[in-house]
Design a protein around this ligand. Structure first.
Ligand code: GLA
Length: 420
């Protein structure tokens, strides 16, 4: 195993599950009733389009949150949740009948509290009707990397609560669950994020990416066929931590809304129109009237939607023409340039990772993925070039920044599940 790589396959899910069951028994004195599992994600293309009613094309990855669960201990107050984080070696207690934000030292429980609260708000499940729970939590989704470790925790929590309430997994409406988990993020945790991360964590498909229409929530699985094509999906973590609430994420969102409002007003469209409702020509028609910053933000979103649909078309067409794979890669490259120059959410280190990748043979495409301001790049690389990629990108990055990047080779996996 090369330096800087973390191999998800090294510890199999079976080994993790067995260790988690054992740890649960040691902590709580009994085996868990079930384990809820939900994946992180990497987005292939379609960035910052999901709160503009647009299209995204993410993949659920083989890095997951595992949540081992049993009912409450005997004699515990009704609704009590005792939760332990295996990774932080921390314990907290809260009650489903009083879902307040956690004190600072227990911040890590806010996603769990927030999901219980949001399921109640959306009328999907009354958290107060549950007897309570004992939970042991473990995750191998890298945190602060822009790989949606929090969405994975949210979806694992939601599925666990439904299971505790006696719903079979097949009775759970997953798009509704994703919406509730987004509400937990927006209304409880306080990050104004879109629907992509929760949706893919709940609905991901093996060996596929999902094209999601984030307005209608229509979606379809598009097989990647990477194994047949001798391609690998690789993420490189810049080691520059990404955080929604500390970043300009909410500001970007406001700038997009400002542009949409201006366009709606100018073209006499409904006041609740989103950037999704406008094409590039219409945007260019207001170039000298709309302020430069919202104009650039809108140009990113509108062109990104078009790139996403084009990329999906090429993939679904099986890269029928010899040039199609390269065109697909170029769309990824253009997406990065647009995020860098128009949306201004990349940092120099992430730009460098993308540039280093593009300079190597066997790289089909590379771009930043996720919310931005640090985090990961996503790369599509020919299998035969992976070793070279690893060595050169990580080494050169270290020499130029002094930072240790980490590389992950991902498989596309299914969304959240309950393991009995
Ligand atoms: C974060 C958000 C998503 C999406 C991406 C950018 O991951 O949680 O909703 O907006 O950023 O595409």
């Amino acid at each position: 195993m090369g330096q800087g790589e973390e191999k998800p396959e090294e510890i199999t899910q079976e080994t993790r599950l067995a260790a988690l069951r054992q740890a649960f028994k040691e902590r709580f004195g009994l085996l868990p009733q079930f384990i809820s599992r939900a994946p992180g994600r990497v987005n292939l293309i379609g960035e910052h389009t999901d709160y503009n009613g647009g299209f995204v094309f993410p993949v659920a990855i083989n890095r997951t949150v595992l949540m081992a669960v049993a009912g409450p201990e005997e004699g515990a107050p009704v609704g009590q949740v005792r939760i332990i984080s295996k990774d932080y070696d921390k314990e907290a207690v809260f009650n489903l009948n009083q879902l307040d934000k956690a004190p600072e030292a227990e911040r890590w429980t806010n996603y769990v509290r927030g999901v219980a609260w949001a399921l109640g708000q959306r009328g999907l499940l009354a958290p107060g009707s549950l007897p309570g729970a004992r939970i042991l939590l473990e995750s191998n989704v890298p945190q602060g990397a822009g790989l949606s470790s929090s969405a994975a925790l949210e979806i694992a929590t939601a599925l666990a609560l439904f299971r505790l309430a006696g719903f079979p997994a097949s009775a759970v409406n997953r798009p509704q669950v994703a919406l509730a988990c987004q509400l937990a993020e927006n209304g409880f945790v306080g990050a104004n994020t879109g629907i992509m991360d929760q949706f893919i964590s709940a609905l991901g498909r093996t060996d596929s990416a999902l094209l999601i229409d984030t307005r209608s929530l229509d979606y379809r699985a598009v097989p990647l066929g990477f194994a047949d094509r001798s391609l690998k999906l690789i993420a490189v973590n810049s080691a520059v931590p990404h955080r929604h609430d500390a970043s300009g994420y909410n500001q970007r969102r406001a700038e997009c809304e400002e542009a949409a409002k201006f366009l709606a007003n100018f073209y006499g469209k409904p006041a609740d129109s989103q950037l999704r409702d406008f094409n590039l020509e219409e945007l260019l028609g207001v170039e000298d009237k709309l302020a430069p910053v919202p104009f650039k933000r809108a140009r990113h979103v509108i062109t990104e939607d078009a790139r996403t649909l084009k990329a999906v078309e090429l993939l679904e067409g099986g890269f029928a023409n010899p040039a199609d794979l390269a065109t697909f890669g170029r769309l990824l490259g253009q997406s990065h340039e647009s995020m860098r120059d128009d949306f201004e959410i990349t940092v120099p280190q992430v730009d460098l990772l993308v540039e280093l990748a593009w300079n190597l043979p066997g790289v089909i495409g590379a771009r930043m993925t996720g919310g931005g301001f640090g985090g990961c790049t996503v790369n599509v690389v020919e299998t035969a070039s992976v070793e070279d990629f690893r060595e050169k990108v990580l080494l050169e990055y270290r020499q130029q920044t002094g930072l240790d990047a980490k590389m992950y080779i991902f498989d596309a996996v299914e969304g959240g599940t309950i393991l009995e």
